[in-house]
Design a protein around this ligand. Structure first.
Ligand code: GLC
Length: 577
């Protein structure tokens, strides 16, 4: 499909320093009026995305799916879920986004299909040993087939094996509706390359690769015991399920596909790997970019942020790519709530690595435990959380690299922590009595403070309600309210993205992608200060105002403005004189 390329997307490797907005399509905007967000809903909000100033959108899966895992259970990789639209409507959406200069990244889910995918239906109907079973990971059950082959557990709880009914069992690292593919089978490899071409031919600019570290597995016996299997990959690639070296062969062949296009397509890996191995996914020979989740785990402490930034920039230099920044996403409790939780006294260190870098998983994990638990819920200071989230947003937007922003975070939307159990959709919900899962960050966006704006009891989301119930307080966060408020989080976000674009362009003339400079500036305790040329970013992590370095204030995250200093829990952007 030939198209005129918007100058913004024609820049070589525009994605290296892009601001990418993550759309969770079922919860963004509902044009069909059935309570479920859809593709025409995205098209109907191109004005909003243009006003945000983002360079690209990443769409979480919109493919046909029974929604056993929010669409990450794909029935057909080359179609649109009829409830969400059609391929023609997808093309219209891409055209509308492109003419606004906004790139399109789609989510690819290669670790597993859904159990309704034609291949899996065929595999289940086939006999043990049949070629159709070789596309998945079937094994004989133990004890004559009546027990799973081993004791491995799925990430969503319960056994990682489900019986096929004839003595064999299939592996699923996630829900039983998500059978894992066998990437040793060349047919699987060829088919996914065809999927890459299918969407690239339709004008898609990039791919977000789900569970990118999971594809290649070692299922040779003897199996490792469940208690030996860390949830997190090992620094030496020896884990039987995660981050095996063979994964890179797949991505090198994908690179050959990407490079057939002009401009070349790119991909970003969702790879929960040891930090020392992330560079391999982001290399120009493989996917080009990898998510760095460290900032979404960081606590509101200058030391945490300092370390996250240093590590990310070092890893980026190693990979030859730019780094990525994320504060939230569809899998994590909302950042505005997380930063309102009490600070964790000492973050957990899961492993100390060969090269001495700690591998931590802290506030994110605790936020899930704390915020979503029943009964023992700690006090969440919403005002403080929102304030810190605004300050953190200005940090990530000032740093070199690509920033991913999850829908609703530009509104400072808090987690909906009290969804009643009967409405929960996430397969993670109910794994334990306290686990509420990820639905609280997936509640449809409030577009209007009027619940019945479209006659639909959905704060302007659609004409017929919202597939997850929106609380009354969503009115305060609605797009129309915030658009009219010069101190709102949305207004701050729009200003920040616009300023960032002009500062980068100014710094580097014709090619903003080349703007790289970054250096720390010594600061008083509780303050982080860095600069990129004349552009300075100063964050005060403390609860009292601190003096402000010299320079013209360009933007302040605090709703009340900068005043004479840097206000408590705030970031200020300055232009040095
Ligand atoms: C990724 C997705 C998550 C999904 C899982 C299984 O982590 O972000 O939402 O549940 O993969 O596909």
């Amino acid at each position: 499909m030939s198209r005129v390329i918007h100058p913004r997307l024609a820049r070589p490797q525009w994605w290296r320093d892009a601001v990418v907005y993550q759309i969770y399509p079922r919860s963004f905007a509902d044009a069909h009026g059935d309570g479920l967000g859809d593709i025409p809903g995205v098209t109907s909000r191109v004005w909003y995305l243009r006003e945000l100033g983002v360079d690209a959108v990443w769409l979480s899966p919109f493919y046909p799916s029974q929604l056993a895992d929010g669409g990450y259970d794909v029935d057909d990789y080359r179609d649109v879920d009829p409830r969400l639209g059609s391929l023609a409507e997808f093309d219209e959406m891409v055209a509308a986004l492109h003419s606004a200069g906004i790139g399109v990244i789609v989510d690819l889910v290669p670790n597993h299909t859904s159990n309704r995918h034609a291949w899996f239906v065929e595999a289940l109907a086939a006999s043990p040993g049949a070629a159709a079973r070789e596309r998945y990971l079937f094994r004989d059950g133990a004890n004559g087939g009546i027990e799973p082959p081993n004791e491995w557990e799925s990430l969503f709880g319960g056994s990682a094996w489900t019986p096929a009914g004839d003595g064999q069992w299939y592996l699923h690292l996630f829900a039983p509706e998500q059978p894992d593919l066998n990437w040793d089978n060349p047919e699987v490899r060829i088919d996914f390359e065809n999927t890459l071409r299918f969407w690239s031919d339709r004008g898609v600019d990039g791919f977000r690769v789900d569970v990118a570290h999971g594809l290649v597995k070692d299922l040779e016996e003897p199996w490792e015991r469940q208690d030996e299997l860390e949830l997190w990959p090992r620094p030496d690639g020896s884990h039987p399920l995660w981050d095996r070296d063979g994964v890179m062969d797949i991505y090198r062949s994908w690179r050959r596909v990407f490079d057939c296009y002009d401009p070349p397509r790119f991909a970003v890996a969702e790879a929960s790997v040891h930090p020392s191995r992330r560079a391999r996914y982001a290399s120009p020979e493989t996917l080009g970019q990898a998510f760095n989740f460290a900032m979404s785990d960081a606590d509101w402490r200058p030391g945490d942020f300092h370390e996250v930034v240093d590590t990310a920039l070092r890893d980026a230099a190693e990979s030859g790519s730019s780094t990525t920044w994320l504060l939230g996403g569809h899998d994590s409790p909302r950042v505005a709530s997380r930063f309102g939780l009490p600070l964790i006294p000492s973050p957990r260190v899961y492993a100390d690595t060969a090269d001495g870098r700690p591998f931590r998983h802290d506030s994110q994990w605790l936020a899930r435990q704390w915020l979503l638990s029943d009964g023992r819920r700690p006090h969440v200071d919403h005002e403080l959380g929102r304030r810190r989230a605004r300050a953190a947003t200005l940090i990530e937007l000032a740093l070199p690299g690509c920033t991913y922003v999850y829908q609703g975070d530009e509104l400072g939307l808090p987690e909906v922590a009290d969804l009643p159990p009967e409405v929960l959709q996430d397969p993670m919900a109910g794994r334990s009595a306290r686990e509420k899962g990820r639905d609280g960050c997936r509640v449809p966006l409030p577009w209007s403070a009027d619940r019945n704006a479209l006659g639909g009891n959905s704060f302007g989301f659609g004409r017929d309600g919202a597939h997850l119930p929106q609380p009354d307080w969503f009115a305060d966060f609605a797009v129309d309210v915030q658009s009219a408020d010069p101190t709102s989080t949305l207004t701050m976000f729009r200003r920040a993205v616009a300023l960032r674009a002009s500062l980068l362009a100014e710094a580097s003339g014709e090619s903003p992608a080349a703007a790289g400079g970054f250096a720390w500036v010594p600061a008083v305790e509780g303050v982080l200060h860095f600069h990129r040329g004349l552009w300075h970013c100063v964050t005060n992590f403390t609860d009292g105002a601190v003096p402000r370095p010299a320079g013209e204030v360009l933007l302040c995250s605090a709703p009340e403005g900068a005043g004479d200093g840097v206000p408590a829990n705030s970031t200020v952007w300055l232009r040095a004189s």
